[in-house]
Design a protein around this ligand. Structure first.
Ligand code: ZN
Length: 256
């Protein structure tokens, strides 16, 4: 009987060829939507859904959610964070009840990903190390307005799908505690969103934080922004980069 050894040989050969056996396990992303200040109650549920869909469609990451103080107390201790590869702060606001906020920053610094949208910069005004990690702090905004977002890095996974610029109607933040030399710009404006006075105003950036990777986009106040394919690709690129799944520069303007 030669069938059995032949079958064995085929199984061995197939197992050597099968890439699925070696495919990377999806990363785990914790989507945080707790608010202690203003709540974007219309766009937060859309953000939660879109990020979950981006993970499922790409097959690259799975999401879990922190929606309440209780979720935060259970899922964001130093010990519990070990099971995640990154977080996404989707319009969080205020001083969040993290079980150990210093341990949270150390966790990012150790090589994890932090991605944030819109009011992630209106979070932890009372905790300067968070603002330093993020690279900017919400100061104010005017009426919603259409702006032209200019691409500053045409190769980054968060912006490479945008051809030079994209027009977007949204609530546009003005920042403080922001230094353009301390971030790698992805999207910005060359004039004030409302007054149109010439000047640099950031819309999205990324940066290194120890061994960790930080991605932030100012956009995402409005539900219809979250629904736009180009914005979803922007967010997906930022998430994949922050999780270390897509290559992109984080070089600072002052770096040699
Ligand atoms: Zn807003």
């Amino acid at each position: 009987m030669r069938i059995v050894p032949l079958a064995c040989a085929i199984v061995v050969a197939l197992s050597l060829l099968a890439p699925s056996a070696h495919a990377a396990k999806p990363k785990r992303l914790l989507v945080v939507t707790v608010t202690k200040g203003f709540r974007h109650s219309d766009s937060i549920p859309v953000a939660e859904r879109v990020i979950g869909e981006l993970g499922a469609k790409s097959g690259k990451f799975e999401v879990d959610y922190v929606r309440t103080d209780d979720d935060m107390a259970r899922k964001m201790t130093a010990e519990a964070l070990k099971q995640y590869d990154g977080v996404f702060f989707a319009s969080t606001t205020g001083d969040l009840p993290l079980p150990d906020r210093d341990a949270f920053l150390k966790w990012i610094e150790s090589g994890k990903g932090f991605a944030g949208a819109h009011a992630a910069a209106d979070t932890f005004h009372g905790f300067p190390p968070y603002i330093a990690m993020l690279g900017g702090e919400f100061e104010t905004h005017g009426p919603q307005v259409e702006v032209e977002a200019l691409v500053e890095d045409a190769k980054h996974p968060a912006t490479k799908h945008i051809d030079k610029s994209v027009k977007v109607f949204d609530e546009i933040y003005i920042y403080k505690s922001y230094d353009r030399n301390q971030v790698h710009l992805l999207l910005d404006m060359d004039k004030h969103p409302n007054t149109k006075v010439a000047g640099h105003h950031p819309l999205s950036w990324n940066k290194a934080y120890g061994k960790g990777r930080i991605f932030y986009t100012a956009l995402g106040h409005r539900v219809d922004v979250w629904e736009k394919p180009w914005y979803q690709e922007h967010v997906l690129g930022g998430i994949l980069w922050s999780l270390g799944l897509a290559k992109g520069s984080a070089k600072l303007p002052t770096a040699p």
